[in-house]
Design a protein around this ligand. Structure first.
Ligand code: SAH
Length: 226
């Protein structure tokens, strides 16, 4: 687990951040650990400067390349669900994007492995990890549609992009009692699903906890945009 050294990062008004935390609590987020990490994570560093004044609103924000930084409520809900069975050692994130969800996770679990298919987004996210001095994150350019076999198995997997159906490889890459949090469905709306591997068996438990709207999980890797 890492923690963020806030010196030199430029804290935005504490009151604005507290309002966000209050709102998350009002909406039912109850994990104090998750709320504390969101309170301490400088979300304004994950968007363009022109949008930074909106960084502590409970809304999704554009990060370029037709992608979005998730709404804080959704980040909190997914993180809380991922950690609902207790602390996790190694977590795979599919869709690094801005790196915000990655940084939230890196403060709550021992090790985060994250994959992103759009290289310019990955590069920016890596710079942010460096700036925040978080050393327990490995981020790679890769199509995560089939997970990331290299570092499997994972105690937890979280996808921040939505497939139409759950890729079987993700289930196979879960460690015994591992937990997968993933939005699944069509373009407009998806079910946020929480899937647990039962012991070391090939059986899985499944809950649907929320309706959400994520960008689609796409195949292939993009190195640059013209
Ligand atoms: N967690 C991010 C959310 C970014 S949006 C954040 O906090 O900012 C989802 C991201 O998933 C996008 O950056 C998109 O490029 C990425 N993505 C979509 N399909 C993917 C795939 N198959 N493999 C890896 N990343 C993917």
């Amino acid at each position: 687990m890492n923690s963020i050294d806030l010196a030199g990062i430029g804290m935005t008004s504490q009151r604005t951040r507290e309002r966000l935390i209050q709102r998350l609590e009002d909406q039912g987020i109850s994990s104090q650990a998750v709320l504390d990490v969101i309170r301490m994570t400088p979300r304004h560093l994950f968007v363009d400067e022109a949008l930074s004044h909106r960084a502590y609103e409970d809304t999704a924000l554009p990060i370029g390349f037709a992608q979005t930084l998730s709404q804080p409520y959704v980040v909190a809900r997914m993180t809380e669900a991922l950690l609902s069975d207790g602390p996790l050692q190694r977590v795979l994130e599919i869709g690094t994007g801005s790196g915000y969800q990655t940084v939230v996770l890196s403060q709550l679990v021992a090790e985060v492995v994250s994959v992103e298919r759009i290289e310019p987004l990955l590069k920016k996210a890596r710079e942010r990890f460096r700036k925040l001095r978080l050393t327990n994150i490995t981020a790679s350019l890769s199509d995560g549609s089939f997970g990331w076999e290299e570092q499997a198995p994972y105690n937890g997997i979280i996808s921040t992009a939505a497939p139409q159906a759950i890729p079987q490889q993700l289930l196979q890459q879960l460690a015994p009692n591992g937990i997968l949090v993933i939005p699944v469905g069509g373009e407009m709306v998806q079910d946020l699903r929480v899937i647990r591997r039962l012991g070391d068996s090939n059986e899985f438990d499944e809950d649907v906890i929320e309706k959400v709207r994520f960008v689609p999980l796409l195949g292939g890797v993009t190195r640059s945009f013209r």
